[in-house]
Ligand binder design. Sequence first.
Ligand code: ADP
Length: 235
Amino acid sequence: MEIRLDNVIKTFDTFRAVHGVSLTVKSGELIALLGPSGSGKTTILRMVAGLEYADGGHIYFGDQDATDIPVRDRGVGFVFQHYALFPHMTVAENIGFGMSVSKVKRSKAEIAARVDQLLSLVKLKGLGDRFPAQISGGQRQRVALARALSVDPKVLLLDEPFGALDANVRHDLRRWLREIHDELGITTIFVTHDQEEALDLADRVVILKEGKIVQEGTPQEVCRDPKDAFVLKFL
Ligand code: ADP
């Protein structure tokens, strides 16, 4: 699914958080929204998901204006900052939750089979009966991703997916997210303030500052020499 933002604006009271952002994410592309805290990254992600409304401009899913698509029909999987797992549900229940409330009706057995498949995909087989408090941060992140993937999204949105994890785990999860993305080919937008992560993982990097795009391109274009990664313009 191609996602296109055309001159999108978002104002909170009198504060303009997003100033006319135009951006196309091609079908199957993996892009990073990179920028310092407060630059509007999460707000853009939430508008694409339909969790916030734009007050100017348009967002298109393919040829369709997103405002014409009910939020639950947008086919979006969202991985929130800090995972937002349900603490009172097991890993398997967390992963199956989206399917159990989806308008696509599935039997208990179908949901259980799909949960099993997803547990294998995210390499958590055997941990389905644990609760979130009984697994590591990296494992929780994988549960959050499995939950987002459970409804076969056409678009995957990840907000600082590796922010809370230590460096080694972050690095492994990065590789693994890239593999899953390449296998499933889902249009993916992830938000990060970590430029090394953005340059390492994304097909294309979009750099935001104060609600505007200041630079955009492949990692090579954004940073002709990897050493320049530490002197990108927004710092
Ligand atoms: P980032 O994800 O780049 O850190 P955000 O999109 O979260 O940035 O926020 C952009 C700006 O909009 C920030 O200054 C933030 O304080 C403000 N903002 C975000 N959400 C709200 C809200 N619900 N009400 C008021 N201001 C908000």
